[in-house]
Design a protein around this ligand. Structure first.
Ligand SMILES: [Cu+2]
Length: 328
């Protein structure tokens, strides 16, 4: 298939899906009007859980990427995206970590999965400096990592956060299709600069008036590119809430969670849950098995925020185009 044909189909699918979902969550009035298409790359990422590593290197470049259609934003990043890369390590296995500050201002690291003295390991390093240490993840789970340089809410609000998944020593009882979602908020300056670029607005972060609430950094990105699964297949989703401030009420429309694990630890098991509460700075792992083919939206069920970009889809099997299904 040609690129233009593929692009056309992608846009056509998105256009067909959008009205149906629009009825579900009317856009909130404080979403800024869409600007012209920009030439900046989209801050999108795969939600698929990557393989386990024992070496982690994080650079801290400041980059401009679109965080929603027509909304280029200056991100303070780990490795050029926000959230930073999904990290996956194993319980009990040593991790060698290196941070290289190429961001033009002090930055730091804080691994929620680690047990380390803050005054020694989590201090800011200056631009041009490198910081390295070894640590061992002693608890399995879905954890946040972030820059902890003051003011922390500004470094978080500008994108310096991510998920580190610690695989249980003995693995999970059953293999599954595994995804990782990081929920976070974006707070934009009222106007872009001369190049059309928006910046983080510290006052709005403190007032908690987000322009976007998103999964993995980009508004509604999994409507166009849904997570996929087969009917009856076990799906395991690790969710981290990076905030900076809002709670997540994670819910999958049309499904129930077979198992839920607070902070992603297999010991924290519950069953039959409909919605899980994830605090800022916390995580959850949920499993579900969806019997019937179709589209299953996942949201934060905190509905003042759902329409700000916190709605994705799980596509189970090969259902007909959603727009067509609704239209007929
Ligand atoms: Cu920082």
């Amino acid at each position: 298939m040609s690129t233009s044909r593929r692009e056309f189909l992608k846009k056509a699918t998105a256009a067909a899906v959008a009205p149906a979902l629009g009825a579900l969550v009317p856009p909130a009035s404080n979403i800024p009007a869409l600007a012209q298409e920009s030439s900046y790359p989209a801050n999108k990422m795969s939600a698929v859980l990557p393989g386990v590593v024992s070496e982690i290197t994080l650079h801290t470049p400041h980059v401009v990427k679109e965080i929603a259609p027509g909304k280029p934003f200056q991100i303070w990043s780990f490795e050029g995206s926000a959230p930073g890369p999904i990290l996956h390590v194993k319980e009990g296995e040593p991790v060698h970590f290196t941070m290289i500050n190429d961001g033009g201002m002090p930055h730091s690291i804080d691994f929620h999965a680690a047990q380390l003295p803050w005054d020694k390991y989590y201090q800011s390093i200056a631009p041009g400096e490198t910081h390295s240490f070894d640590w061992v993840p002693n608890f399995p789970g879905a954890f946040m990592y972030h820059c902890g340089t003051p003011p922390v809410y500004v470094h978080l609000g500008n994108g310096m956060h991510g998920a580190i998944i610690v695989q249980p020593k003995n693995g999970w009882p059953e293999p599954a299709r595994e995804y990782v979602l990081v929920q976070s908020e974006w707070y934009l300056t009222a106007e872009p600069d001369a190049n059309g670029v928006y910046y983080g607005d510290p006052a709005k972060i403190l007032q908690v008036v987000p322009d976007f609430v998103v999964f993995n950094g980009y508004s509604n990105q999994y409507q166009e590119e849904p997570l996929v699964a087969d009917p009856g297949e076990l799906i395991r989703i690790h969710i981290v809430n990076s905030g900076p401030t809002l709670w997540s009420a994670f819910h999958v429309i049309g499904a129930l969670f077979e198992a839920t694990y607070a902070d992603g630890n297999p010991a924290n098991w519950q069953t039959g849950m409909q919605t899980v509460t994830i605090p800022p700075g916390g995580g959850y792992t949920v499993t579900l098995r969806i019997p019937d083919e179709g589209y299953y939206p996942f949201v934060t069920h905190s509905f003042a925020y759902t329409g700000l970009g916190a709605l994705g889809l799980i596509k189970v099997g090969n259902p007909p185009d959603l727009g067509t299904a609704v239209a007929h």
